[in-house]
Design a protein around this ligand. Sequence first.
Ligand SMILES: [Zn+2]
Length: 225
Amino acid sequence: MEKQTSWMDRYSRQILLPEIGGIGQKKLGKSSVGLVGANSISQPFFLYGVGAGVGKWGLLDPSLSSANNLAFQAKSRNPNIEVRVYSPKNLKEDIESWVKQWSIVIDASNNHVIQQKLTSACQLTRTPIISAGCDGSTGWILQAPCPFCLTSTPPLHSTKNQKNWVENMVPGLIGSILAQHAILFLLKPPKIASPQLTNFTADTYTLLNKIPYKDPNCPTCHITS
Ligand SMILES: [Zn+2]
């Protein structure tokens, strides 16, 4: 009984929202997210997602101390959630098994090679994926890209980190938009997630939705379009 009251107290504001309600809140509690990257994009994303009541999390980062630190912050914010920390060494051979256990995979690695590997594994296992990254004053969120097109897409971010326009402002904003995006996805998962690219430019405060890059020679897109 006490646990029920605590659940109601914790999420009462969200439950009052028509987009969520009690059913949506329970759905979030049963949802799980595989989050790749413990950095300034994933931090706001993770903390908003944890606060919203997404029940189960897998946090993957080469730096176990950064991942553990983020997991600790999350558990202090919401002790009812479950967080497990993973090292990339554990899934070199079996990335498909890792991705398919989650309701959605969020790739905040900001790394083109990791993005391609995760996207291919997610397509093979039919796991939804959203990637996000930043470079200087620009940031992007990419939903359900075609993995074949992605291999021929120029990286959406440079391999060397530029100094941010205002340090951590752009990644913080991208992480917050990503949280909104992912929570709506978990509440109402589409039968087929259509590819979508959202670009943010801090210089002009512009947020644009675009169709992701399509390789004119891509066998998959050529057949399906
Ligand atoms: Zn394609």
